[in-house]
Design a protein around this ligand. Structure first.
Ligand code: TXA
Ligand code: MG
Length: 345
């Protein structure tokens, strides 16, 4: 199959909507990462998403809603009633935007979307291209990130092409994604609220909005266990080159290693080095993270070394992705990097 790349103007959007209505797949930009969309109510489209990504059927998809309206999602049968009050508060506070809510599913939801779980993940993205496309189609799209399973999520159209060229008919190019890491996934049940995947909205912001401390599931689950959230796999978002998290700022630069320092200075900018945040801001580090991981992966280096990320509101999501991308940790000892493999990796 030839993969066409079109700019996300009127003609591109119309073509994307046409393909989607016929049950085809389209990659489109969201504020977080590029998604691979298909009609949520079409079982063939859902199966095609899993095939294009090489994703196991045990890993559920997120429904992308055209409007930030939980009541409408209930009326249309995507969610079941009653929607927990906390979900209504969170949707009002953060939608459209990088927040995914895991809620009891309605009878419209195909079990292949949810991997058989009784809950479904829903979000209303804020990116103008995503919203225009969802409104043109007029119904929810199931859309995982547009990467091959386990690999780095794409944050621009060329990265989607690298991942899925020849596997999908259309990529809508809407430029680089402004957030750069996936949405925060929050499960809301009658028993409480839990952050399953840190992301574009911090646990702190969620707690503030609900006026109560919310737990974040820091621990990962083993691949074979039944998943509360498959994005929680210990290894995910990973480059092909082994990546190690350094215990301290990098001061020694070896040939053959690619160094991702937090901020480049006069003394830490030898070859094969990139700053995660040239302006020192965590928000920038998040936005550029996957692009930098791709660059490091393509450099031909044997190892990627990543400096610790400072505290701040985006640190949780960045550290989560880096930990899942990593093979282990590294510490400088006796003129070399001493490696400790990640447990469970
Ligand atoms: O920012 C994002 O969320 C991007 C853009 C494209 O919207 N999408 C995305 O989708 O990251 P994906 O499929 O790569 O990750 C979805 C994650 C799953 O890995 C899983 O952790 C969680 O959402 N999820 C989906 N349905 C769930 C459910 N019923 N219960 C628990 N977790 C669920
Ligand atoms: Mg993904």
């Amino acid at each position: 199959m030839e993969t066409v790349l079109l700019p996300a103007g009127d003609a591109g959007l119309a073509e994307a909507a046409r393909i989607l209505r016929q049950g085809g797949l389209v990659s489109f930009p969201t504020e977080t990462v590029y998604g691979l969309g298909g009609l949520a109510r079409d079982p063939k489209a859902i199966r095609a998403i899993f095939t294009a990504k090489g994703r196991p059927p045990t890993d559920p998809l997120i429904l992308h809603l055209p409007e930030p309206d939980l009541t409408r999602a209930v009326t249309e049968g995507w969610l079941s009633s009653p929607v927990p009050a906390a979900a209504v508060i969170l949707s009002k506070a953060f939608w459209p935007g990088p927040l995914t809510l895991v809620l009891p599913k309605g009878n419209q939801v195909n079990p292949e979307i949810t991997a058989g779980l009784p809950t479904v993940a829903v979000r209303c993205p804020s990116h103008s291209v995503a919203r225009q496309l969802l409104r043109l189609v007029g119904e929810p799209l199931a859309a995982p990130s547009a990467n091959r399973f386990g690999r780095i999520s794409p944050t621009d159209a060329m990265a989607v092409r690298q991942e899925l060229d020849g596997r999908i008919p259309l990529i809508l190019d809407g430029g680089p994604c402004p957030v750069g890491v996936e949405s925060t996934v929050v499960r809301v049940t009658a028993d409480g609220v839990e952050v399953l995947r840190p992301g574009g909205i911090s646990t702190e912001e969620i707690s503030k909005s609900l006026r109560t401390p919310v737990a974040s599931r820091g621990a990962t689950v083993k691949p074979e266990s039944s998943q509360p959230s498959p994005g929680m796999l210990a290894s995910h978002y990973a480059p092909r080159t082994p990546l190690y998290l350094c215990k301290e700022p990098i001061r020694n630069f070896l040939p053959g290693c690619f160094h991702l320092v937090f901020r480049q200075t006069q003394t830490n900018n030898p070859p094969l080095t990139l700053g995660l945040a040239p302006d020192g801001r965590l928000e920038t580090a998040a936005r550029e993270l996957y692009r930098n991981l791709r660059l490091a992966d393509e450099s031909g280096a044997e190892k990627i070394l990543v400096e610790p990320v400072p505290e701040g509101s985006w640190a949780e999501a960045i550290r989560d992705r880096l930990t899942r991308a990593s093979t282990g940790t590294a510490i400088w000892k006796n003129q070399g990097w001493e490696i400790t493999p990640k447990s469970g990796a």
